[in-house]
Design a protein around this ligand. Sequence first.
Ligand SMILES: Cc1cc2nc3c(=O)[nH]c(=O)nc-3n(C[C@H](O)[C@H](O)[C@H](O)COP(=O)(O)OP(=O)(O)OC[C@H]3O[C@@H](n4cnc5c(N)ncnc54)[C@H](O)[C@@H]3O)c2cc1C
Length: 460
Amino acid sequence: MKAVVDIVIIGAGMAGLCASVEAAAAGANVIVLEKQPHIGGSSLLSGCFMAFAGTEFQKKLGITDSAESLVQDMLHVGQYKNDRTLIETYGHHQLDTYNWLVEKGVQFKDCQAVSGHTNPRGHTIVPDQAINTLKDRAIEHGAKIYTDALVTRLEKVNDRVARVHVTYGDHSYVVEARKGIIITSGGFSRSEDLLEQFAPGLTNTIRLGGAGNTGDGIRLACDQGAWLRDTPYLKGTYGFHQSSTNDNKRQAHTFYKGGIIVNEQGERFVNESMSYKLLGDAALQQSNQCTFQLWDQTIMDKGVKGDALYDFASLYELGLMEQAESIEALAKIVGVPPSSLQQTVWSYNEAVDTENDVLGRTTLTHTFGKPTKIATAPFYAMRTSTAMLATYAGISVNEKAEVLNPFSESIPGLFAAGEVVGGFHGAGYMTGSSLGKAAIFGRIAAKQAIQQSYIEEALV
Ligand SMILES: Cc1cc2nc3c(=O)[nH]c(=O)nc-3n(C[C@H](O)[C@H](O)[C@H](O)COP(=O)(O)OP(=O)(O)OC[C@H]3O[C@@H](n4cnc5c(N)ncnc54)[C@H](O)[C@@H]3O)c2cc1C
């Protein structure tokens, strides 16, 4: 059975839904194919931060910020291994996309200081509200969204990728796209074979992320001649309790409020203000991959109720954190050498006074905030693991979201956006930039696809 539309979008997360709203609002005949029984992918599970600069929200909070500063931070965090053109494209379109999301009804609740940013610019969404609002807008504009619709293969027609093979229910269909096919199928954090192939060092991580994020888009695009980027830089995310699951993500970033991180010898081993991706790398290298966050009551009081990263009190109430009146007692509870842990905290506090930390810590996170002493009882610790949430490597694209082959030539008819794309984060990931790029480049892919000339003749 065969159907013909203007644009086929593969995957209904942030990228796919933004693409569908943009394309359908412009009058294109759009279908979105989502293989899971529900839409949302990792976007629905996400920690809710989107990186935007110069927004009205920031202005209301008295935060002065700019796209230029955001771009510089992204390049810096990516260790200049990321594609500058893609980052500058993000910078150029980010404010417009923030305003577009607000206009479409996506609600931003807060704006926080998050990893990698010079200024507080982690704009928080409620994922469920954002995803369902975008879905509603897409449908209002005439897009058709099918769940349980697994895309299995793409096919060229006269050198242009124009056919999508899909299994829907018990049947297989071919959908033909007159203007373009947009891959927005997310990453591969749930694909054991791709993780084994690209990131064997991450096999001992907790697996989170959308159940459908098995790298299908990478396989579909490679089958059409696509190139991949950033695969050597795959990283886990530090900060999870071992019991975390997709339904119960038990995450605490006390280190960005001033806590320290120690190994089972009771020693610090990393500058805690760095990106939690780099913290994950460092933690995985410790003996038995055993590490703890350690903090005091002053930091505990900086927790934010209901926040994905900073709701320390809730994790404490769940019994996931240890508490003691002295560092020595805490060390005994968590099983690290007490004298070593006392020495570590003493040295750290001295370094806070002298501003001469042996691991180079001068801030709370990235360039933001000042470290404080760990000195006010009671003291707390949480055994902390690294999780594989998202894979920031994948299909090579240009600033128009066109999929590129190994010679950096675009593959006609094929676009990609969101987590499935590589080249954007380089060697390091900056909080909020993944949902941000999904929205920004989802829209760009749609705008580009709309501009393609019809290829109806080729299809008949
Ligand atoms: C716990 C967690 C916290 C996170 N926190 C943040 C954060 O605070 N800020 C941030 O920027 N990023 C965060 N991320 C990462 C971010 O959520 C993702 O990178 C982003 O949501 C990806 O959006 P997407 O639209 O590209 O993919 P997704 O939202 O994953 O959507 C892809 C969809 O494609 C579908 N699909 C896959 N293959 C096929 C196929 N063959 N046929 C049809 N459909 C298919 C999938 O089922 C899925 O629904 C977090 C991720 C997790 C898991």
